[in-house]
Design a protein around this ligand. Structure first.
Ligand code: ARG
Length: 460
């Protein structure tokens, strides 16, 4: 068995079970690019500070290039007995270039190294997620543009409430996604500080330049406190929280679209490209992708809970428990990227069933609130008008008709305030036209909202 990089004080090697149990290489190889990037910056700084010769630095940099090439082409052998990504790369570098490699870990611990890698990784991951958010937002805008003027029932309590423009509803999701992206950007700005040089926990007496490595790696500044630098995981917690909130948004979108695809709603028809069938029922065409968007939100939330639970009882500074922080983060990112991608594809592959929606639209007295506003405009106090319209609806229910079907004398028997012009307020189409407040479903408001997103997302 090869002697461990930390093997000096040990007389016996670890058992196979312990080796298998404590390794992280099976998953933390995901960090190899960031690990190599960090080592490059560290070696360059060590040479500049006179802690390593320039020729040692050069052979380290060359060796790292070669290792990176091998990893990329799949020719690098990851070894479990070398524990994690950091020691795999360092040991491989030693195999490759010999003595100079032994200087690389000067004034560095795996504790600050792993966090440097992880912060860089999260930074990249956030950028990828934000690009996918924009892509989904654009798909929703395009879907909205395709469905200009389409009125759908708006729901509260899943009961028909008021008529709305479909575009208005789709933009609601775009707004939520925008805040999701904003949360990630906040998180990115807060996590972009460099732990490298914190070493094990206390820093070092060697003359390193933490500002130099921080700059070279694109961080805002070195972290001020070395103990904080190696023990903090709140940057991942914040990242996974932002992902979880986004996952909840996507899950609600998924739920809505699953409902809409049902025979009962019949609002949308997803194309075959985004549907799957049943192994027994030949007629079935299911909206599985959106069901799984809803389902996979559970994983993303679970990943956050795993990490919260992991951190809650740990004393400062580093504890090996923290090695368990990576898999939930990797899983959360992979899952959320998939959810965003598939939601965008779904949006690109659904058709709204205009006729069917329109046919079902008169049901549910969607214009009742607009009618109450009509009476308010005539000077009736809102509570009174609410009551008058409530009684009008009750009358409709007993007659089995809609508000617009009532004759003026029927309406006037309920309140003498009703006049001929009431019919401009009745019926779903008329009702929608009456909305005018900022942010409302009125067609001008919605088209200006939509215009905002078309410009912001650069859609033409
Ligand atoms: N693989 C470890 C992790 O992910 C690296 C840090 C190990 N540090 C230590 N002192 N054992 O946390």
């Amino acid at each position: 068995k090869e002697t461990k990089l930390w093997g000096g004080r040990f007389e016996e090697s670890v058992t196979d079970a312990v080796e298998r149990f404590t390794e992280s290489i099976s998953y933390d190889k995901e960090l190899y690019k960031q690990d190599i990037m960090g080592s490059r910056a560290h070696a360059t700084m060590l040479a500049k500070q006179g802690l390593m010769s320039t020729s040692d630095r050069d052979s380290i940099l060359q060796g790292l290039d070669e290792i990176e090439g091998k990893i990329k082409s799949g020719n690098f052998v990851w070894r479990t007995d070398r524990e994690d990504v950091h020691m795999n790369i360092e040991a491989a570098l030693t195999d490759l270039i010999g003595e100079p490699a032994k200087k690389l870990h000067t004034a560095r611990s795996r504790n600050d190294q792993v966090l440097t890698d992880f912060r860089l990784w999260c930074r990249d991951a956030i950028d990828k997620i934000i690009a996918r958010i924009k892509h989904l937002q654009a798909a929703l805008v395009i879907l909205a543009l395709k469905n200009d003027g389409l009125i759908v029932p708006g729901y509260t309590h899943l009961q028909r409430a008021q008529p709305i423009l479909l575009q208005h509803l789709l933009i609601a999701y775009i707004e939520q996604l925008e805040r999701d992206a904003g949360r990630l950007l906040d998180c990115r700005a807060r996590l972009n500080f460099c732990p490298l040089g914190a070493c094990a926990l206390a820093g070092t007496g060697l003359p390193i330049d933490r500002f130099m490595t921080s700059d070279a790696l694109g961080f805002t500044a070195p972290m001020r406190n070395s103990i904080d630098a190696v023990s903090d995981r709140d940057f991942v917690l914040e990242f996974l929280s932002a992902n979880s909130i986004m996952a909840v948004h996507l899950s609600r979108l998924g739920e809505e679209w699953v409902l809409w695809a049902s025979e009962e709603f019949g609002f949308i028809t997803p194309s075959d490209a985004v549907s799957t069938g049943s192994s027994i029922m030949p007629q079935k065409k299911n909206p599985d992708p959106m069901e799984l968007v809803r389902g996979k939100s559970a994983r993303v939330i679970g990943d956050l809970v795993t990490l919260l639970t992991l951190c809650k009882g740990l004393p400062l500074a580093y504890n090996r428990d923290l090695q368990e922080d990576k898999e939930p983060a990797f899983d959360s990112v992979k899952t959320i990227l998939g959810m965003l991608e598939v939601s965008a594809e779904f949006a690109q592959n659904v058709t709204f069933n205009r006729e069917r929606i329109q046919k079902a639209l008169p049901a549910g007295h969607l214009d009742a609130t607009t009618l109450a506003d009509y009476l308010v405009k005539k000077g009736v106090p809102f509570r009174t008008s609410h009551d008058i319209v409530g009684r009008s609806v009750a009358f409709c229910v007993s007659k089995g008709c809609q508000l617009q079907d009532l004759h003026l004398d029927e309406l006037r028997s309920i309140s003498s305030v009703f006049d001929e012009d009431v019919y401009e307020y009745l019926g779903v189409e008329n009702a929608v036209k009456k909305f005018s407040s900022y942010g409302s479903t009125g067609s001008e408001c919605v088209s200006s909202q939509l215009g905002y997103w078309v410009t912001k997302l650069g859609i033409n």
